[in-house]
Design a protein around this ligand. Sequence first.
Ligand SMILES: [Zn+2]
Length: 367
Amino acid sequence: MKSLRKLQLPHGHLRLPVFLPDATRGVVRALDSSDLSRCGVEAVQMNVFHLMLKPGSSVIKAMNGLHQLFGWPLPIVTDSGGFQVYSLIRQNPKYGSLTERGMVFHPDGSTRRVNLTPEKSIRLQMDYGADIVICLDDCTHVDEPLSAQQESVERTIKWAARCKAEFTRRLDCGRRPSGKRPLLFAVVQGGGYRELRRRCAEELLEIEFDGFGLGGWPLDSGGNLLLEMIAYVRELVPPQFPLHALGVGQPDSVVACASLGYQLFDSTMPTRDARHGRLYRFTHHPAASSLDGKWYSYVYINDAEHIRAGRPISVHCDCLCCSNYSLAYLHHLYKVSDPLFYRLATMHNLRFMVQLTQRLREVHGTL
Ligand SMILES: [Zn+2]
């Protein structure tokens, strides 16, 4: 499928496909924004729910938004808080409840109440200066029963309509220079039920959005990517609309979804893997990689084989770590739990993801 090449956003063009590191709480752990730039990262994803708890909306507004606070000049995508419905409330009701109006959270299981409605989610994301704003949705796991999936789809559609109304109202009120309008994405829910996915996509297309996201946890209970449903959602959303594979970041999964026509990806996996000593390595030079078969492998830095290894993680990588340091030094930093290990390893895995998306642009003809 011929894919979109880029999105025009308030903080510049975003080339597609793109992987967005998750800076959930306003930071990609262990890195500052100049480290991200050095890796070639072109945009990051943050989470409105976590940011409204800490540092809090009044602080972010006082600092004139996330770009200024974070020291980051390029696009920021903000997630709505919908995933927290799944990860907190659905998995453990003591963390909050869900109503037609919105959600009530009890952070850390305390008696403190935090409300999040569709309107509030949009308002905060726009106040924060997000380049792509995502509608609040009701996220489910594919294993949940039909009744839960039906409820999620109905709520997601209603909330999306309220989000669109609030987004439009805020655009009409504000005086934004041309080209400074953020994009609004809605999320297609429906679990493993094709009919529900179809209904959700059709209703959302009717409301009209700039782009869409793949809703729900993208893996089955065995940890396998829900490829059939992922392909079906792309079929439901016409190709002129960008589609974000929310939460997808495992390298093979990114390649699989990109081949199906998805253009945006975000996940904590590459950075979390880095901190835990699982590093990614291309089998061949990325510019010549087929992205097929065994095109990459893992390096487990804790392995004793690296104690005296003078080579870098990858001879195909030009990151700060591979340009200057050996596996032996990284192994040592890991063993003594030095924060420098987290920085170097994270920069390496992010550089790998950037090289991967550059290769995907070549393979899918978007360069
Ligand atoms: Zn590297």
